[in-house]
Design a protein around this ligand. Structure first.
Ligand code: SAH
Length: 395
């Protein structure tokens, strides 16, 4: 494909000189030459000095990624092979782990290729392409994976439908078809994975350390409320640690999926509650019924619209936190999590602080988490470290 040269606006030159990897449309003098996704772009400044080389691919944010800071680098098979080999070799310890068989092996710009992630689920690989442009490199990337590792099968998600949704089609790429479910484990907790069932496969791998902490330190003999519970991954961690859990999610699939996860962990689902309900209505009901929990977990999506509510983490987290405070036992724990990339940890803690002040309660932060090590991040792109989790003791 033809390489194109694009000039960066003066006010953005410094940003790119410092190694910022995301190509922003507003940073480019002229975007007319950007026509076909997957085109190789060379960015230069107004004096024609080289700034970086990357590809054109439209995502929610940005229109491509810089992949190399060297003028002479060809974005060819060897380039992708080296990046992927390097990323896989950094996860060697995880590959050898006896009690974990699911983790991220390639994390976008953190591993040198923005727009691409690869997850490992017990001998299966799941590739996520974040733009049509990235997808143009599919042959080289598949070839690199095939030459580096043995596997049972490969699946893919094309996350480049309107609004970054996943293209609705079969996810199978090659090799053996995965069993449904494919049972994987994380720190000896089992999860049922469906590689070919829409955008989400059953577990969010970025919460691994949070789940471990919940199980090991805060669950024995406790009552745990898990809100926005999805397949109940946090509930599994808590139940394994000796808690009685209540999981609340609006999606009716959550009942069946959470029950299945309990079953494959040899936990009797009948001892736990799985409630299909809007969390905001549940909070109202719980308050009226004067329910209290030792631990409340909040892990909402960044945006959620239901029949009765519209939630935006950036606007409404404080109120969500206040609802949680009202139904948490004295000296209880609230685990507040968000994957919203539009605010940072300092701002997130401010939402938490405001909520406690408005409720006239004191608190102490016990733990803070961001992405685990397999979700590699680069200090050139801080937005990439989106996960923020705070464990708060209330008193
Ligand atoms: N905490 C989960 C992941 C949450 S994904 C985990 O660790 O695996 C977001 C979930 O929020 C989805 O399952 C979605 O169905 C649910 N959700 C979105 N809006 C909701 C609402 N108003 N009430 C309850 N659940 C909601």
């Amino acid at each position: 494909m033809k390489e194109i040269i694009v000039t960066v606006k003066k006010e953005f030159v410094n940003k790119y000189k410092k190694g910022y990897p995301l190509i922003l449309e507003e940073a480019l003098e002229n975007t007319k030459s950007l026509k076909e996704e997957g085109q190789i772009i060379t960015l230069i400044d107004e004096n024609k000095a080289f700034l970086g080389k990357g590809y054109y691919g439209k995502q929610n944010k940005g229109c491509g990624w810089i992949l190399s800071n060297s003028k002479n680098s060809n974005l060819d098979y060897k380039f992708f092979y080296d990046k992927i080999r390097n990323a896989f070799s950094k996860r060697i310890k995880l590959y050898h782990s006896r009690d974990t068989s699911c983790f991220r092996v390639f994390n976008g710009e953190g591993d040198g290729i923005g727009g691409l992630t690869i997850d490992y689920f017990d001998e299966y690989y799941l590739i996520t392409w974040y733009s049509k442009g990235m997808y143009e490199f599919k042959d080289n990337i598949l070839k690199a994976i095939k030459s580096l590792v043995s596997f049972d099968g490969i699946y893919e998600k094309k996350r480049f439908e309107e609004n970054g949704m996943v293209v609705d089609e079969d996810s199978y790429v090659c090799g053996k078809k995965a069993p449904e479910p494919l049972v994987v484990k994380e720190n000896s907790v089992n999860f049922a994975i469906y590689l070919n069932d829409g955008a989400m496969v059953g577990v969010f791998l970025d919460q691994k350390e949070v789940r471990k902490s919940i199980r090991d330190k805060y669950s024995r003999g406790k009552s745990v409320l898990n809100t926005f519970s999805y397949t109940g991954a946090f509930s599994m961690a808590a139940a394994k640690g000796g808690a009685i859990t209540t999981s609340v999610d609006l999606a009716s699939r959550s009942l069946e999926k959470t029950t299945e996860n309990f079953t494959i962990n040899n936990i009797n689902p009948a001892k736990h509650k799985i409630i299909v309900e809007d969390v905001f209505l549940y909070f109202k009901r719980a308050k009226k019924e004067e329910l209290k929990f030792d631990v409340v977990i909040l892990d909402p999506p960044s945006f959620a619209t239901s029949k009765d509510n519209r939630f935006s983490a950036a606007k409404d987290y404080k109120d969500l936190m206040k609802s949680a405070i009202e139904i948490t036992e004295d000296k209880g724990l609230i685990i507040a999590s968000t994957n919203c990339a539009t605010f940072n940890m300092a701002k997130f803690k401010k939402f938490i602080d405001d909520a406690f002040k408005e409720c006239n309660k004191n608190y102490e932060i016990l733990e803070e988490h961001s992405l685990p090590e397999d979700f590699a991040v680069t200090d050139k792109f801080l937005e990439g470290n989106y996960l923020k989790v705070v464990f708060v003791r209330m008193y």
